[in-house]
Design a protein around this ligand. Sequence first.
Ligand SMILES: N[C@@H](CCC(=O)N[C@@H](CS)C(=O)NCC(=O)O)C(=O)O
Length: 234
Amino acid sequence: MASKLKVYHLPGAWGLPTVSPFCLKLDAWLRMTGIEHEAITAATPFAGPKGKAPWIELDGEKIGDSTFIIAHLAQRFGVDPDAHLTSAQRGVAVAIQRLIDENLYWTMVNDRWVNEANWQQFRDVVLGGLAVPLRRVLGPVARHGVKKQLAGHGMGLHSPEEIAAIGRRDINALAAILGDQDWFFGDTPSSTDAVVYAQLVNIWRAPLESEVRRAIGQTPNLVAFIDRFAARYY
Ligand SMILES: N[C@@H](CCC(=O)N[C@@H](CS)C(=O)NCC(=O)O)C(=O)O
């Protein structure tokens, strides 16, 4: 008999089921496709097969990485929210996802973990699933590890002004691609909308100051897009 899909994600806050854009991307995609599942909050990502969240358990197998998970589930459950896309649009979808997952995401990581005022607030959110004494010990260790990841990626080597400029450029690119459409590829939502929503809402709804958040506020079509997605799926 087929097992029930279990989906592990990091804790939520600010009205969001999870403050991880990768976990929220998967959650949004599952809402879009209506695949039945059990959502489980994990305090840390360490039980995942790649040591990162999200991950799933299905048919006796653990799978990590939001993109691999989505590809697996699409095949396993025979669903494809991107069936209406042309091959050129599929190409653009990959480019948008790379912009979000591999670049814009890291500006958000910097704003949450490095900016001192933001970190004072964010540490209790991101470590909220742990007992307070453990949180106090693990907080600086986790922060040190994330700063190393930021340097390894390269984002962490830039000045705050440069990171703000990088993030602004991504936000303005997304606003230009969306234009006056309801969804990134016209009248019908696709996986790209879940990818963009999950990242933008995690910056926009968080009560943390950043230039990227201000940039979103200056693009009314992206703000309307976030509200549109939330109204339809949340
Ligand atoms: N490529 C992965 C990235 C997942 C990822 O970076 N998750 C973060 C949370 S937003 C994480 O678990 N980080 C923990 C760590 O790097 O130690 C995906 O698409 O799922």
